[in-house]
Design a protein around this ligand. Structure first.
Ligand code: ZN
Length: 372
């Protein structure tokens, strides 16, 4: 009797362990994806009235959309939508660089429900989940340059329309030299130094001696030093991104180690101390993570506004390709010709509207952009 009990206990224990193992390996509960709205909805489908074939089709729609390899250039406005007849998804690749902040803003009718998720394309071609939209806006700091993917999908057979604006901004809202902008940056990352023996590990921002230097973010002043190549220097630590911002060649240092500053606070003034004593006054700005990274995009001002949308009434229409065969594109610009044409009189569905292009779904299920 005891033996049987012991054996059943062992079987039960192995089953439990196996279950826990499968949960960790297969469902990956520690990834942002597991907790995304889309994933929660997907799990709720197990208890829905839909058949497994329909559910599988809904689950597969994003990977089908990814395979189309559509790209968007930022900034851009677009409108995507679904009539509720198809189980489709939208996937847009975006090239982003370290130091940029991706801003996604969505406007929709409150009743329109859909999911928006951001992924990073790994070197092995896999997509890792980076962020999921819980509200109608997302500000995502890019700390790794590469190809990202914005994925959009509605619920099973539910219509929706979404206006999406995508643009970038520098990660730091504050420019480090008061009253200056990109035009004052006159020496960039990687420029040769000491006759080519080392490379410039930062950027130089020129301004009159005494111009206030501003904290680019909230954080702790970790070091205030004098001497060496940098002359008078200040190190500001950004705990949110776990990196240090290095200000060099200061005339005056107006903070002390251990001070907490807020973005925009004055921490010193522009000077030409250290190895800058023979050059015009400037700030040498550096950013250190595990070693130096190019700080320019972290502070570079960019024009924000994307071209507005027009003729959005074409969304979800069925278009007939007229007259000549129509050239297809994988990005909404004339250099991005895809190796595909649609012959005259093919009927295609409009799945997204951009300022000068429409996104269509061809009869073979592939998506492309076509000029309006
Ligand atoms: Zn420099």
């Amino acid at each position: 009797m005891k033996k049987i009990l012991w054996r059943s206990f062992k079987i039960l224990l192995s089953l439990l362990l196996l279950g826990a193992f499968a949960f960790l390996i297969y469902l990956k509960p520690f990834t942002p994806e597991f907790w995304s709205e889309r994933a929660k909805y997907e799990r709720s489908l197990w208890f829905s009235e839909y058949g497994s074939e329909q559910i599988d089709a809904w689950r597969a729609a994003p990977s089908i959309a990814r395979a189309d390899s559509l790209f968007l250039d930022l900034p851009v406005n677009l409108q995507v939508g679904e009539t509720g007849e198809d189980l489709s998804a939208w996937a847009y690749h975006l090239e982003l660089k370290e130091g940029q902040k991706l801003l996604i803003e969505i406007s929709r009718d409150t009743a329109d429900l859909f999911f928006a998720d951001l992924y990073f394309k790994e070197e092995n071609g896999k997509y890792s989940s980076e962020a999921t939209l819980k509200s109608d806006s997302l500000a995502y700091p890019v700390l790794e340059s590469g190809v990202y993917l914005l994925q959009i999908q509605g619920k099973m057979y539910e219509p929706f329309t979404a206006n999406i604006e995508l643009h970038t901004a520098p990660i730091y809202d504050v420019f480090p030299v008061a009253g200056k902008d990109n035009r004052a940056v006159q020496s960039f990352w990687g420029a040769p130094r000491d006759g080519g023996r080392r490379k410039h590990e930062g950027i130089d921002i020129f301004a009159k001696k005494g111009t206030p230097l501003l904290a680019v973010c909230d954080g702790e002043i970790r070091r205030v030093r004098e001497g060496g190549l940098g002359g008078r220097t200040v190190w500001l630590y950004d705990s949110e991104l776990d990196q240090s911002i290095y200000y060099a060649h200061l005339d005056e240092q107006l903070v002390s180690a251990g001070d907490y500053v807020t973005a925009g606070d004055t921490i010193g003034t522009v000077g030409n101390t250290g190895n800058a004593r023979t050059t015009p006054p400037h700030l040498h700005l550096g950013i250190y993570v595990n070693g130096a990274v190019d700080p320019y995009l972290f502070v570079k001002r960019v024009a924000e506004k994307a071209e507005p949308l027009k003729n959005t009434e074409q969304l979800t229409d069925t278009l007939s390709i007229t007259e000549r065969p129509a050239r297809m594109y994988f990005a909404p610009r004339k250099e991005a010709k895809a190796n595909a044409v649609l012959v005259a009189e093919t009927a295609v569905k409009v799945t997204a509207v951009l300022p000068d292009y429409l996104q269509i779904k061809a009869p073979n299920g592939r998506s492309y952009f076509v000029p309006k």
